[in-house]
Design a protein around this ligand. Sequence first.
Ligand code: PLP
Length: 367
Amino acid sequence: MLCMTSTLPEAAAPEVRAAVAQLPAYVAGKSAQSDLTAALASNESHFTPLPSVITAISAEAGRIHRYPSMGAVEAREAIARHFGVSPDEVAAGPGSSGVLQQIISAVCGHCDEVVYAWRSFEAYPILVAVAGAVSVPVPLLADEHHDLAAMAAAITERTRLVILCSPNNPTGVSISPDALEEFLKSVPPRVLVVLDEAYIEFQRGPGVDSMNFYRRHPNLCILRTFSKAYGLAGLRIGYAIARPDIAEGLRRTAVPFGVNRMAQAATVASLAAGDEILERTEAVAQERERVIQALRGYGWDVPDSQANFYWLRASDELRMQLLDALAQADILARGYAVDGVRITLADASTNDRVLAVLADRRRFAAL
Ligand SMILES: *Cc1c(COP(=O)(O)O)cnc(C)c1O
């Protein structure tokens, strides 16, 4: 891939860098315009915030005339206790997208390469380009898994960072422990590997025990968020767990006071409400099983999802048909050009509305 060099300034007015001017805009999932609309386009939690979390946020609201702690100390200490690591190994930011931006600016210089699977989280190409680094996207396999052998082969002397997304957004497929182990063996120790686990709390069955991997692999960085399972998307807090020198680098590249007081208070309260969060992720996992089985029964080819959404690979024609049919039923899903449609799981009756639209597979074009 080409790395753009800046041209001499001949313009009469200020211009944004070419790499920025050419960026695709982050396409946010549409939000609901009415109470009848099912907003299934952004993988948000359909549960309203826990009462204990609202209480913690409200108490903190009376103190927002003061800056939060520099370096999100309260949140980092709670996260460190939760995982049995030192606060030195934790960095927080405004959502895990914010933390990922800190990671890229901490480890990537101009024209350094970042390898990730594609299709995956759409923030990756944007954050890489903003940092002046170069994306090396590696196509997913036909079964929607990361092509880890091809990703390892894509590593060059310029590679500083590899991003793995498990469960992957938007396909829902996760990486197996064996596959991760083998991949990490083939990565040079100087390359930082970020494991983006935005949906890990929804994983059931034999998944990667990422803290165990973290302890054994010094170049592994775990990236997580409170936006999805914890239902704090509107509050903006995510975190990374990494070796102290890396975590320190992430704190240095952070926007000062980027994690606000209410987000920190909500983090502490959320980590204390583990049983309630587990009940919620359990409900989502059960609905996931039910909905995917039903869809397969209707003739849809749905990959196994370990997240709070599922994926229908689709041509552009099928994607348009699907989004139209869902919109007619007041359901917002997320379409991706060329690739397909992602639908967020919600409560049983909302999921049933989706199933009713998709029940007759013959209404729709072939893949
Ligand atoms: C939603 C998501 C994130 C994080 O979102 P934030 O709200 O910024 O924490 C990170 N990675 C993936 C793959 C996601 O889908």
